[in-house]
Design a protein around this ligand. Structure first.
Ligand code: TXA
Ligand code: MG
Length: 325
């Protein structure tokens, strides 16, 4: 891991790393982010791996401006007014994914919505511009640790899990961005942060509070509690070592039972990073007419396997109600 001053040269190097699927920690005005190419499933899997989080939390995609955001999500009037007032700055907007949105499915944890923000920190902006793509970036700390507001915090928390840290000094806002959901009927505050509710209401009128924010709980502590978390329309059978003719098989590893209606292999090589990158696309691919149930082979409970198994267990526990078209 290297901690470097942001210069034209180091930013160009960071951008090369990002385009090659690598991870770079960078300053924003709120907290340091652990950035990866938001359009690259493998890069996003590497973010979850470095964070060591046993769950897939949906991530924020960082862009330069509203024009870029419009390619990623279904933009609307309210978003327009908020972006005009708060962007670039500490406000994250949750909107429906655009059809054909280039954002990786893993970055939105399989949800039909995506969180977008345009940071105001000049180093963050220079990096997004140089990378030429949206950057997925959660706070640059290991799971369970507090969000880092200095480059040294990032180095202590992530160590060798990140190749490069751009040292932009202390972050001036110091708390995370406000997360506002604009995908539902009424704008809803999912996480309080750098942009206040009052300032938002001055632009768009009343803002509802999510149950978690209203009750003072740590918001979205458990992303599985998100009402709209992704679940396939078919029942899941976990830990499958054999398969029935009417089942779709979500395989893992080289030793795959035969006879499924349809088989998708998360990783024939048994690579958990590859498996995480394929997870949501393959669940969707198996969620087909003619497939009565999805059998899932055992996945090792280690590294990214924890988050993969967490998501599969949630999907298996769900009523098999389709949540998408
Ligand atoms: O200030 C910030 O927002 C920092 C800097 C790096 O930009 N980033 C940050 O990311 O705090 P993270 O991953 O630690 O928090 C993102 C929050 C989580 O609470 C997540 O659940 C929520 O945004 N979120 C992301 N996508 C969502 C979606 N589609 N629907 C609902 N909530 C979403
Ligand atoms: Mg965080």
């Amino acid at each position: 891991m290297r901690l470097v001053e942001p210069t034209a040269q180091s930013i160009a190097e960071a951008a090369r790393l990002l385009r090659a699927g690598g991870l770079v920690a960078f300053p924003t005005e709120t907290v340091y982010g652990l950035g990866g190419d938001a359009t690259n499933e493998r890069a996003v899997a590497a973010i979850f791996e470095a964070k060591g989080r046993p769950q897939f939390n949906p991530l924020i995609s960082h862009v330069l401006d509203a024009g870029e955001a419009k390619r990623l999500v279904r933009w609307n009037d309210v978003a327009d007014r908020l972006a005009a007032r708060f962007w670039p700055g500490p406000l994250t907007l949750v909107l429906p994914r655009a059809s054909g949105s280039p954002i990786a499915l893993l970055a939105t944890a399989g949800l039909d919505t995506a969180a977008i923000r345009a940071p105001s920190h000049p180093v963050a902006q220079a990096l997004i511009r140089a990378a030429g793509r949206p950057l997925a970036a959660p706070s640059a700390n290991r799971s369970g640790a507090i969000s880092p507001t200095r480059a040294e915090h990032v180095a202590e928390s992530l160590g060798e899990r990140v190749a490069l840290i751009l040292d932009g000094g202390p972050c001036c806002v110091g708390v995370e961005s406000t997360v506002l959901d604009l995908s539902a009927a009424a704008p809803t505050l999912l996480r309080p942060g750098g942009a206040t509710r009052e300032a938002i209401e001055a632009v768009i009128g009343p803002v509802a509070l999510s149950d978690a924010v209203a009750s003072g709980e740590s918001p979205l502590k458990s992303p599985g509690q998100l009402k709209s978390h992704y679940a396939p329309g078919r029942a899941l059978r976990l830990e499958a070592t054999t398969v029935e003719a009417d089942e779709g098989l979500l395989a893992f590893g080289a030793d795959v039972p035969e006879g499924a209606r349809l088989t998708c292999n998360l990783s024939a090589a048994g690579d958990l990073g590859e498996a995480a990158a394929n997870l949501f696309a393959m669940l969707r691919a198996l969620d087909q007419p003619g497939v009565n149930r999805i059998a899932v082979m055992p996945i090792p409970q280690a590294g990214l396997g924890l988050a993969i198994n967490d998501r599969l267990r949630r999907a298996a526990a769900d009523d098999a109600t389709p949540q998408h078209g």
